[in-house]
Design a protein around this ligand. Structure first.
Ligand SMILES: Nc1ncnc2c1ncn2[C@@H]1O[C@H](COP(=O)(O)OP(=O)(O)O)[C@@H](O)[C@H]1O
Ligand SMILES: [Mg+2]
Length: 501
């Protein structure tokens, strides 16, 4: 019955490049009325790029774009919206300073005959729409004051209730709890019945299988597979996503990796016991020994960022406790965490380095005691730094150069180098190798191992399986704020990690 109607959307032979990077190569994609089409693929596979083409965000590409069987050319996102296409972007794009009601109706406010916005009607309708998604937010409250998960739901509400015929949801569930996901799916099914075409992107393969009629897999800018959801499985989709053995570059991490036996003879440095935080963490417990790297793996929104912030004293947990060398700690500030011997290197290195200062200052000055360091003798400071720079193969090997001029990989080496001369008890690293070339990656891995071998306990938090596989001695998997799996002293691989998350 579905197939008697022409497809809502047909993309033919789409190719899109950004400078030297080809994000999509010869992709065909079809969406039918009343179809929920799931899209999966690893980070960088090209999913968002294709969605942004459909939503009129990217206008320069080659290939044909047909709506209801007729070729169209959008010049902007506005054109796409006018044609009935609405998208929830991966990056939250709400207006935090506007009210909840204004956000629900952004660009689409109900007006009276004089063209004036009908505020009361808007608030009432916003509240009704949000209730249908199970959100009980005051329509007049400032959106930025609400938790991120609620903000995300409100952005979804805006798109779902916009009246669009084609709805794109790019990883909308990362920050949602299971009951919220259920309500979202109920709303999607109602829209499907009305003939809306929906494209749904998610890393949660179970969700994709549950909600989709059709599933497409992307890898390296190509469409690898398209199948009825009923005819496939989680394992088959994961295999298509990572392309076992087929991509030479990725090969090193498709092999199995055997984790060492946990170092039970070494002292436990940090113990987390039942850490909970609002909707982000649920009774998270783990321990890390001296000289051990614990990997914390999970998809975006799994609670990693919040966990890192608790470890570093940026956030206080609602419940549970953190023991450092057996002593109970309730950090009131990042300074407290530092005093307890915890060092933190965030994903955005910019927060922790002094980019306008020369390399030698960044290497020798531990942020721990920046003040004390001012008393260091400059000549000695430079000599020490020069030794580190050579040892770590920081390029260029010039300690006088301004740090901001180095590549990201070399900045990361500098961020880590500091801790070699001022060893902390626990080093917390967020996404330590993201966006680096192979050489810088392997240097960073070497440095982290060196720190571990000095007896430092290390926690590596990452959403990239490769990072966890290349660094961790033991791994816990976080899923929607809970530890769902621990890998210790056994063989793991990329697909076992993906399977667990
Ligand atoms: N605006 C952009 N400029 C340059 N490169 C981009 C841009 N957007 C995406 N890319 C690149 O295109 C490729 C596909 O990215 P994307 O579509 O975001 O993948 P996915 O959504 O599947 O994770 C990646 O290599 C990414 O770095
Ligand atoms: Mg994306």
């Amino acid at each position: 019955m579905l197939d008697s109607r022409p497809p809502l959307l047909q993309l033919q032979d789409i190719t899109k490049s950004f400078g030297g990077v080809t994000a999509l190569r010869g992709v065909d994609f079809t969406l039918r009325p009343g179809e929920i089409h799931g899209l999966v693929g690893e980070n960088g596979a090209g999913k968002s790029t294709l969605m942004k083409i459909i939503a009129g965000v990217h206008t320069g590409f080659s290939g044909r774009f047909l709506l209801d069987g007729r070729e169209v050319h959008f010049n902007s996102a506005r054109d796409a919206r006018a044609a009935g296409i609405a998208m929830v972007h991966q990056e939250l794009s709400v207006a935090p300073d506007l009210t909840v009601a204004e956000n629900v109706f952004l660009g689409n406010q109900p007006t009276n005959a004089l063209g004036l916005v009908q505020w009361r009607r808007m608030a009432r309708e916003a509240a009704e729409q949000l209730k249908r998604l199970g959100i009980d937010a005051d329509p007049m409250s400032r959106l930025g004051d609400l938790p991120i998960g609620v903000q995300q739901l409100i952005e979804i509400a805006r798109v779902l209730f916009s009246g669009a015929r084609i709805i794109i949801l790019d990883e909308p569930t990362s920050a949602l709890s299971p009951p919220e996901v259920e309500r979202l799916f109920a709303a999607l099914r109602r829209l499907r019945e009305q003939g809306t075409g929906i494209i749904f992107i998610s890393h949660f393969i179970e969700d994709i299988l549950l909600i989709s009629d059709e599933v497409t897999v992307f890898r390296n800018g190509r469409k690898i597979m398209e199948t009825r959801a009923a005819d496939t499985s989680k394992a088959a989709l994961i295999e298509a996503m990572i392309g076992k053995g087929r991509d030479a570059l990725e090969d090193s991490y498709t092999h199995d990796i055997t984790l060492p036996a946990p170092p039970v003879d070494k002292p436990i440095v940090v113990e987390a016991d039942g850490l909970s935080l609002a909707r982000n963490l649920k009774s998270v417990s783990f321990s890390v020994h001296a000289g051990e790297v614990l990997g914390v793996y999970g998809f975006m929104g799994c609670g990693q960022l919040e966990l890192a912030r608790i470890l570093f004293g940026k956030l206080a947990p609602d419940a549970g406790e953190l023991r450092v060398s057996g002593e109970r700690n309730r950090f009131k500030s990042t300074a407290d965490a530092r005093r307890a011997g915890i060092a933190f290197v965030p994903e955005s290195r910019r927060d922790m380095l002094f980019l306008q200062e020369p390399v030698y200052k960044n290497v020798s000055i531990s942020i721990l005691d920046r003040i004390n360091a001012l008393l260091l003798k400059p000549a000695r400071e430079r000599t020490l730094a020069q030794r580190q720079v050579e040892q770590l193969q920081i390029r260029p090997a010039d300690v006088e150069i301004e740090l901001g001029l180095l590549s990201g990989g070399n900045q990361q080496k500098v961020a880590l180098a500091k801790w070699l001369s001022h060893p902390p008890r626990l080093l917390v690293l967020c996404e330590p190798t993201r966006g680096m070339d192979v050489g810088a990656k392997s240097d960073v891995i070497q440095i982290v191992r060196q720190l571990r071998d000095q007896g430092i306990a290390v926690i590596v938090l990452s959403t990239e399986p490769e990072t966890v596989l290349s660094l961790a001695d033991r791994v816990i998997v976080l899923k929607r704020g809970e530890v769902v799996r621990e890998f210790a002293g056994e063989t793991i691989s990329k697909d076992r990690l993906l399977e667990a998350a």
